[in-house]
Ligand binder design. Structure first.
Ligand code: CAA
Length: 258
């Protein structure tokens, strides 16, 4: 597939998707959104891929939706195309684990894209923010919802209302990112995490992802019931037999996704 705004590289069962609009700090243009969706869906359907990583450049993961493209849009344009909301929904529907590796700016739609991934590994230079308020609008791909679930009401209100940025240290302290690493180590650490995930049973990894995501959609009792049923169902897999046998035989498990 020939993409112009992203670069896709598949190696050792990990699909690395790099946002590539350096002149616009990886702003999410309609073309980039379309290409990213296509790449994600293709990686999700590709048997060779077991984990997906999305990253940007050193200066910017993504500085938000493309303001130049959006500036002339009317209510009807935004409402009828439903581009941003649909984008958020489609990322959420990816079944394989997706990691965001964030360096530099992750603002507006960029922050929302990172939050739609399963977890975020940040470089010390990362800056997160929902500055849409400065443009006379609000977040449109989940920034008022996912950020609130990640960092709580007070910080989310602060960021959505003042438009201030959160640095990597604050983001880790607040639970927005899973780890912060030195800038030079960002890709090494992220690819190593992706590799670890790629070695697991894909059935178990997908089920773990579904179960964690379920906690955002349900009461505790419903979520626990979902987890229990999912846990029971994994005992029907060959990978469960292999994983437990490998532990007892003191060897590495060889999962076959069966
Ligand atoms: N859309 C379009 N172009 C963008 C952009 C964006 N979101 N962010 C940066 N750019 C462009 C700049 O216009 C500039 O291009 P030119 O050289 O052609 O002028 C280039 O990228 C470099 O940017 P700066 O010169 O501004 O770089 P800087 O280092 O001085 O500042 C920054 C960096 C603080 C990130 C600043 O660019 C900025 O504030 N960007 C906008 C951030 C923002 O408001 N994001 C929210 C967008 S709305 C949204 O995302 C809605 C939604 O939820 C769906």
């Amino acid at each position: 597939m020939a993409f112009e705004t992203i670069i896709v590289d598949i190696e050792d069962h990990v699909a690395l998707i790099k946002l590539n609009r350096p002149d616009a700090l990886n702003a999410l243009s309609q073309q980039l959104i379309g290409e990213l969706q296509e790449a994600l869906e293709s990686a999700d359907a590709n048997d060779k891929v077991r984990c997906i990583v999305i990253t940007g450049s050193e200066k910017a993961f993504a500085a938000g939706a493309d303001i130049k493209e959006m500036s002339a849009m009317s209510f009807a344009d935004v409402n009828l195309s439903n581009l941003f909301a649909e984008f958020g929904d489609r990322i959420q529907d990816i079944r394989k684990p997706v990691i965001a590796a964030v360096s530099g700016y992750a603002l507006g739609g960029g922050c929302e894209l990172a939050m739609a991934c399963d977890f975020i590994i940040a470089s010390e230079t990362a800056k997160f923010g929902q500055p849409e308020i400065n443009l006379g609008v609000i977040a449109g791909i989940g920034g008022s919802q996912r950020l609130t679930r990640a960092v709580g009401k007070s910080k989310s209100m602060d960021m959505n209302l003042t438009g201030r940025f959160m640095n990597a240290e604050e983001a880790e302290r607040s639970g927005l990112v899973s780890r912060v690493v030195p800038a030079k180590k960002l890709m090494e650490e992220t690819m190593s995490a992706a590799q670890k995930i790629a070695e697991k049973s894909l059935i178990a990894a997908r089920t773990a992802k579904e179960a964690v995501n379920r906690s955002f959609e349900s009461s505790l009792r419903e979520g626990l019931l979902f987890e229990r049923r999912a846990f029971h169902s994994l005992f029907a897999t060959e990978d469960q037999k292999e994983g437990m046998a490998a532990f007892m035989e003191k060897r590495e498990a060889q999962f076959r996704d069966r």
